[in-house]
Design a protein around this ligand. Structure first.
Ligand SMILES: NC(=O)c1ccc[n+]([C@@H]2O[C@H](COP(=O)([O-])OP(=O)(O)OC[C@H]3O[C@@H](n4cnc5c(N)ncnc54)[C@H](OP(=O)(O)O)[C@@H]3O)[C@@H](O)[C@H]2O)c1
Length: 213
């Protein structure tokens, strides 16, 4: 598959590039500043672009099979997450390319709470994270309202950190996936496995899924 990845220099994006490449996909890694692309396998196509710029989205996605977006705005500019979501959806409406959007856990339902959301749990979302959580909630609603683009929204678990690639995890739909100790977590490496599995299998078109151990 021809896969374009926005946010390719980030924690999630880097692992997605490596996972897609290891499975033989043709990978295009997008950076706002290509001088910050670092050491990348020579098979990766490196392209300059901004996911919040609709013209860039159209130009870079044309002819691709899938766009993965894993961008994160800097603290204090959380609203930019919505600019990116809007440009991606509007741009991909024009090129007809599928979108796999890495979002947030905020909109997931807490298990055994009669529908309480993660965003309303102050232990999982302390005040300092409230703005990004609200932006993620709006981002998810934005996707839900779009019936033109073939989008899939992926909610990470509460915690995502560097570690091993085990290939073993569980998928969920709208509820936070927690382990026997009540923890909701995964490594960036395994999260990337779930992303590229979805890229290949297309099990959640027009839907959200989540993944955790
Ligand atoms: N529990 C949770 O809900 C949870 C946990 C972790 C991550 N996440 C989500 O996962 C996503 C990725 O997280 P991460 O840890 O990989 O983030 P990260 O390491 O901060 O990387 C984000 C990347 O996005 C790029 N970027 C930002 N705005 C962009 C734009 N307009 N166009 C193109 N690239 C842009 C940045 O590039 P520059 O170098 O150009 O700034 C950076 O490389 C985020 O959406 C985050 O909210 C959710």
């Amino acid at each position: 598959m021809k896969i374009t990845i926005f946010g390719a220099g980030g924690n999630v994006g880097k692992c997605a590039v490596n996972e897609a490449l290891s499975r033989g996909h043709n990978v295009t890694a997008v950076f706002r500043d290509i001088s910050r692309s670092g050491e990348l396998n020579e098979a990766v196509n490196i392209v300059q672009g901004d996911a919040s710029n609709i013209d860039d989205v159209v130009r870079i996605s044309a002819g691709q099979d899938l766009v993965i977006s894993a961008t994160r705005p800097p603290q204090g500019s959380e609203y930019k997450l919505l600019d990116v979501c809007e440009a991606l959806l509007n741009g991909l409406e024009k090129t007809g390319v599928k979108l796999l959007l890495v979002g947030g856990a905020a909109s997931l339902i807490l298990p055994n709470t009669n529908g309480r959301l993660v965003i309303d749990d102050s232990e999982l979302v302390p005040p300092a994270w409230r703005d990004i959580a609200e932006a993620c909630l709006a981002q998810f609603k934005f996707c839900e309202e779009n019936s033109v683009v073939n989008w899939t929204y992926v909610s990470p678990p509460a915690l995502i950190m560097s570690g091993e690639r085990t290939g073993k995890f569980r998928l969920g739909a709208d509820e936070l996936v927690v382990d026997d100790n009540g923890q909701s977590k995964i490594t960036f490496e395994d999260f990337a496995v779930a992303l590229i599995d979805e890229a290949e299998q297309e099990n959640h078109i027009g839907k959200r899924f989540t993944v955790a151990y």
